[in-house]
Design a protein. Sequence first.
Length: 306
Amino acid sequence: MIIQVHRVHSFTDSGTGGNPAGVVLDADALDSAARQNIAAALGWSETAFVSRSDKANVRLEFYTPNRQIAHCGHATVATFGLLRALGRVGEGVLHKDTVDGLREIRIEGESVFMGQHAPIFEPKPGLTPHLASLLDLPLSAFDHAGVPTIVSTGTRFLQVGPLDAEFLAHARPDQAGIEALSEELDLIGLYVHARGTNVPGRTASTRMFAPRFGIPEESATGMAAGGLASLLHERGEIEGSELVIEQGRLMRPVSPSELRVRLELQDRKLTRVFVGGKVRVESVHRVVREPNGQWRDLGIAVETAA
């Protein structure tokens, strides 16, 4: 059995970079074991599986190389960007059906925005010395940082910073230690930010480490960006309800990403978050199921600029 997997870059920056996700269309016949095996064979940070739903436009389930995850921002944006490019959906308000409910999607021209819940904040005072050790940074790097805070807008990330941009660039994550902390606190991972950005007018530059989910570092993290924007709003560090976050410029290899965040407010209270950006459909891979039941990536079958 051979299936096709689209490789789609989300949150591209000026048409380049972004975070690649796998998208498997018409995946109704694939069970959870097959989906996990396919995601592991591909090795990308997340792969989205699209199936029918009687509640929404599509049902989406997400798998990292080592486990299922409830939500994924960049794979959601990738999926709806691909569906738009293929003519399966149009612009406007849509919905995805997930393992823990419905989420609103908005397609505006070339951009896809994904809705997230109002944030839940869980400060973790006293954690800074341990974080300095995990990131191989001096404690002085955190002199102007806020209290490390777990923020959930649907998934839990530990928000760290702001650091000076130079410190963020030179952070060397202890992957085993971050994985242990993520297990202890039930996190997807760490989202570390700096005030300095490559492009003037943007709010923050970020890095994300999620070894618990088989992701040492990734170039764009939509759920974490929503949490960061929520925290900056809660701290009074931003004005207005729209901001742009950079990610991926400090990775090796570099993959610059632009994440646009919109905060929805009611009586100055944050009620919902939308994170979005543009996509680039890169290629189609073929994945084959071997006689032993395992799946193997056969590589690129088609390169596309859709």
